[in-house]
Design a protein around this ligand. Structure first.
Ligand SMILES: NC(=O)c1ccc[n+]([C@@H]2O[C@H](COP(=O)([O-])OP(=O)(O)OC[C@H]3O[C@@H](n4cnc5c(N)ncnc54)[C@H](OP(=O)(O)O)[C@@H]3O)[C@@H](O)[C@H]2O)c1
Length: 259
């Protein structure tokens, strides 16, 4: 299926590996011109090279911390008029909410709520003017089914979700859509570090913690970044213009509810 976005420009945050990388790969395969962002320059440059080699797409790598004012300025200087914006950054650390300080909360809000909002603020008017925009925020299944050890994530991402619900309706008439993708368990470094800290907290081996996590996934496996990227690319496609303000859970059936 041709998604009708060849030649469009995308800013993809948190894209050197994991879910952001999956999104970058899928958009590049559609002929989208990419600016990809992550903090560690070497890994980011390697990712850019691999994407170029595999897809022939134009890929620019901008090494910066997207959760800072300076980092966002660098990213948007390289990509001042994105048609497609994928917001993403590392998730906040797990832990008992009693141990989190005000600074921990502010850092989580900055990274997982205010950074995406600021990127959307800077990108959305250009999208409206060009009458095409696709914004996808990578959030978490924790928005729908909170995990007690991820209090920082549950809180910050729920704030973002509420904001997006309002923004999506305000810009829909201009062919600008705003949706959130909610990953369940995907096979990435982030998942492995969550499993490791879970193992330590429960006093069990990493393998046992991994099995426990898998046990809760009806699909019987973790998701792949490529699967995640394919869903993201579809939401960014020309055909997805009538899908907005949605929270799409991608979790192999782990969420047990009817809706
Ligand atoms: N994987 C899962 O199962 C899962 C489930 C639920 C939610 N999530 C959420 O989905 C998001 C992506 O997770 P992932 O599994 O893909 O993580 P990952 O494999 O650790 O990859 C994170 C990517 O983001 C970059 N990044 C992190 N912090 C950044 C920052 N401040 N500025 C710019 N780039 C940054 C990383 O590169 P650098 O370190 O070089 O910056 C890397 O490219 C996270 O917010 C995570 O909490 C993941």
């Amino acid at each position: 299926m041709d998604l009708g976005i060849a030649g469009r420009t995308a800013l993809v945050c948190g894209a050197s590996k994991g879910l952001g990388r999956g999104c970058a790969d899928a958009l590049a395969a559609e002929g989208v011109r990419l600016v990809i962002v992550a903090r560690q320059q070497d890994a980011l440059e390697r990712a850019a090279d691999e994407i170029r080699t595999r897809t022939g797409a134009h890929v620019q790598a901008v090494a910066c911390d997207i959760t800072t004012v300076d980092g966002r300025a660098l990213a948007l200087a390289a990509c001042p008029n994105p048609d497609i914006l994928i917001t993403n950054a590392g998730g906040p650390p797990p832990g008992d909410f009693r141990d989190f300080s005000r600074d921990d909360w502010i850092a989580a809000l900055d990274a997982n709520m205010l950074t995406p909002i600021e990127l959307m603020r800077q990108a959305v008017d250009g999208m409206i003017a060009r009458r095409f925009g696709r914004i996808v925020n990578i959030t978490s299944s924790a928005v729908k089914a909170p995990l007690d050890i991820l209090a920082l994530s549950n809180g910050a991402r729920s704030g973002l979700t509420g904001f997006v619900a309002g923004l999506a309706r305000k810009v829909a008439a201009h062919n600008v859509t705003v949706n959130n993708l909610l990953p369940g368990a995907f096979d990435t470094d982030r998942l492995m570090s969550t499993i490791k800290s879970g193992a330590a907290a429960q006093g069990i081996s990493v393998d046992a913690a991994r099995e426990r996590r898998l046990h809760g996934v009806p699909a019987g496996r973790f998701g792949t970044p490529a699967e995640f990227g394919a869903a993201c690319a579809f939401l960014c496609g020309a055909q997805a213009g009538y899908i907005t303000g949605q929270n799409l859970l991608i979790d192999g059936g782990a969420y047990p509810g009817t809706f």
